[in-house]
Design a protein around this ligand. Structure first.
Ligand SMILES: NC(=O)c1ccc[n+]([C@@H]2O[C@H](COP(=O)([O-])OP(=O)(O)OC[C@H]3O[C@@H](n4cnc5c(N)ncnc54)[C@H](O)[C@@H]3O)[C@@H](O)[C@H]2O)c1
Length: 293
C-alpha cells in the first residue's frame, strides 16, 4: 500500500516508519523537519499548516497516517498548539477527501478524553474509560486532539472517508527509557492526585498503526480506539488511585471484569482495539524492566 506518513521525522514517526516498511508498505514521509539520512524512504519537507501543502504530492497515497503535531501543551505557545494541530489535521482530511485517499489513521491521544497527563482530573463516569465515555478536555492540547477526532468523524460522515483515531497514552521511546525506568525503579510513591500513570511503549503504538491501516472496518466509517499498556506505573492499584482522587460517594464504578485479576490495569479500556484491530500490547513494565536492566 502507498502510505503518506506525516510527522515521520518525529519520535513516534521514526519507529512507525520502520514498522510500515517492514510490513511492505511504500512509505513517503512528510514533515516540517527533514528526515535523518539512511531511513530508506522518500521524504518531503512541508508545513501542514499551509493550506495546500499536500496538493504538491505527485500522486495521492492509498492511506495517510497523520502524526504531525505539537505533541503536548508545554513545548509551544497555546496559539501555536491550536494552529498546528487543528489546521494540520483539517488539511490532511480535506486533501484525503478531495483526492480519493481511502483511509486516514490519526495519531490522537488519551488527552482527547480529558484524562491525559496534563488533564484537570474531572471525575470519570466509570473506569476503565472507553470510547463511549464522554470527552472532557480542559487545555489546548487536549482540545486540539478531541477536535481532531471530531473532524475525523465529520469527514467520515460527510465524505465517506474511513478514519481511525488512535488515542494512545503517554508514549515511552528512545531516549526516554532510562529516565522512565529509573523513576519506576526508584523508591517512593507514585500516587499523585489525578495521575493515571497510563503509558505505552512506542513499538506497541507502531504496531497498532500498522494494524489500523489494514483493519477490516466498514468503508466510510469512523472508529476511535484507546491504546495503552496493560499496567499503569503507579504504586497503588487503579481502584485505590480512583478512590484517592475522587473520595466522595458514590465512588467511581469500576468494571470488575477488567480489574478483578489485574488491579494495576490501566485507566483506559483496550478491549475495542483488541477486538477490531487484533492488537494487544506486547510491552508491560515487567518486560521493559527485564529488557533494560
Ligand atoms: N509522545 C506522546 O506521549 C504522545 C501521546 C499521545 C499522542 N501523541 C501524538 O503522536 C504524534 C507524534 O508525537 P511525537 O511524540 O512523535 O512528537 P514529535 O514532536 O517527536 O513528532 C512530531 C513531528 O511533527 C512534525 N510537525 C510539527 N508541526 C508540523 C507541521 N506544521 N507540518 C509538518 N510537520 C510538523 C515535527 O517536525 C515532528 O517531526 C503527535 O500527533 C502527538 O500529539 C504523542
Amino acid at each position: 500500500m502507498r502510505v503518506l506518513l506525516t510527522g515521520g521525522a518525529g519520535n513516534i514517526g521514526r519507529v512507525t516508519l520502520g514498522r510500515l516498511l517492514e510490513a511492505g508498505h511504500e512509505v513517503t514521509v512528510l514533515d516540517a523537519a527533514p528526515l535523518p539520512e539512511g531511513l530508506g524512504t522518500a521524504s518531503i519537507v512541508a508545513d501542514l499548516t499551509q493550506p495546500f501543502a499536500l496538493d504538491a504530492l505527485p500522486q495521492p497515497p492509498d492511506a495517510i497516517v497523520h502524526l504531525a503535531a505539537i505533541p503536548n501543551p508545554f513545548v509551544a505557545t497555546w496559539d501555536r498548539v491550536l494552529a498546528v494541530n487543528m489546521l494540520a489535521t483539517f488539511n490532511v482530511l480535506r486533501y484525503a477527501a478531495e483526492w480519493g485517499v481511502r483511509r486516514v489513521v490519526f495519531g490522537s491521544s488519551e488527552s482527547a478524553s480529558g484524562w491525559g497527563i496534563h488533564g484537570r482530573f474531572y471525575r470519570p463516569d466509570y473506569l476503565p474509560i472507553d470510547e463511549k465515555h464522554r470527552d472532557l478536555p480542559s487545555e489546548v492540547y487536549s482540545y486540539s486532539k478531541s477536535f481532531g477526532d471530531q473532524l475525523c468523524a465529520g469527514y467520515s460522515r460527510e465524505h465517506g472517508l474511513t478514519t481511525l483515531a488512535l488515542r494512545y497514552t503517554y508514549v515511552v521511546y528512545e531516549p526516554h527509557y532510562a529516565g522512565f525506568l529509573g523513576g519506576i525503579r526508584a523508591e517512593g510513591r507514585r500516587d499523585a492526585r489525578g495521575a493515571t500513570y497510563a503509558w505505552i511503549d512506542v513499538r506497541d503504538v507502531a504496531e497498532a498503526i500498522a494494524l489500523a491501516l489494514v483493519a477490516d472496518v466498514p468503508a466510510g466509517s469512523h472508529e476511535a480506539f484507546y491504546l495503552t499498556a496493560h499496567d499503569q506505573y503507579g504504586t497503588v492499584s487503579t481502584g485505590d488511585l480512583a478512590r484517592r482522587n475522587w473520595p466522595e460517594d458514590p465512588q467511581v464504578p469500576l468494571d470488575e471484569t477488567y480489574y478483578g485479576d489485574e488491579p494495576f490495569r490501566s485507566f483506559f479500556d483496550i478491549r475495542k482495539a483488541e477486538a477490531l484491530l487484533g492488537w494487544t500490547p506486547a510491552w508491560d513494565l515487567g518486560r521493559l524492566l527485564h529488557e533494560r536492566p
